[in-house]
Design a protein around this ligand. Structure first.
Ligand code: CTP
Length: 319
């Protein structure tokens, strides 16, 4: 068993996953946090027993060729082929090779960010990770603009860019990607079936417009390795969210990790409504049986690590 102590107090929460109580913010007050370097180093070491984020962040060109068949990680019976376009977008070396940063921010997509005025603070980190191509321009006062790595589930193409069905949506998509010059665009193309065409359309547009993003496609073992790490620490996660995947990988590249926009609850600590996403009207569905995630459990896990100083959760306003 990999040292369970850092997370031992998470276990007792598992039976109350959807309960929203003021406990969610217990010890989240900004004044009492200090970085626990020893614990952070220990977590990094333990995670490295399960995965090597520098390698697992992307499949490399040398390991595949066009036409190769891939079994989807979560739908083992379904397969896809490596297209010419996708092959061209595979990196030749890890986009995170030799990257080490002192302070990183991971920005989740909760509406808790609205009116936070955290934009400037977020932009001050050396490395900023964002999720699912969330818009920044219109919300920069609260979420910042700096982006060093951004994820894109294939479903984003449908949800946020209308399946690129018209010239206007294709232009918007390309413009969003062009604003990411030099950043890593992390596309989990082989996790679940159903996104094949969307990935292909995106790949085609990236190549056609020679968009300067550095594409990355997570290794086929990443998801299970991350789940394995948390399970070994008694955190029974069905399927890690993008946010938790990013935290788990960032431990490899970042000393101090700060999380913003992680708040999977419909009310804030003062009982005011909070949007699921800061930028759209999507509803909370994590409690439904169809959701693959256990976000409140993840939150409590992160909160435990926050209390121990291994990471810092920011859920209030910034000054
Ligand atoms: N998140 C959160 N609270 C919310 C919404 C999101 O803590 N109300 C975090 C989650 O860790 C999530 C990440 O922010 O993975 C990015 O949000 P989103 O794009 O909504 O991810 P989902 O599509 O919900 O989940 P995934 O991509 O992981 O399937």
């Amino acid at each position: 068993k990999v040292d369970p102590s850092p997370l031992s107090s998470v276990v007792k929460y598992t039976s109350q996953q959807s309960a929203l109580s003021s406990n969610n913010t217990a010890n989240l007050s900004s004044n009492h946090w200090s970085f626990n370097k020893t614990l952070s180093n220990l977590i990094r070491k333990n995670i490295l027993r399960f995965l090597d984020p520098e390698r697992d962040i992307s499949i490399l060109k040398g390991t595949l060729k066009p036409g190769d068949v891939i079994h989807y990680v979560l739908d083992r019976h379904s397969t896809t082929n490596i297209s010419e376009n996708l092959y061209r977008l595979l990196p030749t070396v890890s986009p995170m090779r030799n990257q080490h940063h002192r302070r990183c921010a991971i920005v989740g997509n909760s509406g808790i960010l609205l009116n936070s005025s955290c934009g400037q603070e977020i932009d001050s980190y050396e490395f900023v990770i964002r999720c699912n191509l969330a818009p920044v321009k219109e919300y920069s006062a609260d979420v910042g603009q700096r982006t060093n790595l951004v994820t894109m589930n294939p479903s984003v193409v449908q949800r946020a860019f209308q399946d690129l069905a018209s010239d206007e949506w294709r232009e918007r998509f390309v413009a969003r990607l062009q604003s990411l010059q030099g950043s890593v665009l992390w596309i989990p193309a082989f996790m679940a079936k159903g996104g094949e065409e969307r990935v292909e359309w995106a790949a085609r547009l990236i190549l056609l417009h020679t968009v300067g993003v550095r594409t990355a496609f997570p290794s086929l073992r990443l998801l299970h390795a991350v789940r394995g790490y948390w399970l070994t620490n008694n955190v029974q996660i069905k399927r890690p969210t993008t946010g938790l995947l990013m935290y788990t990988m960032a431990t490899r590249f970042c000393e101090e990790i700060h999380l913003y926009g992680f708040w999977p609850f419909p009310l804030d600590p003062q009982g005011r409504p909070v949007r699921y996403h800061y930028y759209d009207t999507m509803k909370y569905d994590y409690a439904s049986h169809s959701s693959p995630h256990t976000m409140p459990l993840e939150f409590r896990t992160l909160n435990t690590l926050h209390r121990k100083g291994a990471l810092r959760l920011h859920t209030g306003t910034c000054h």
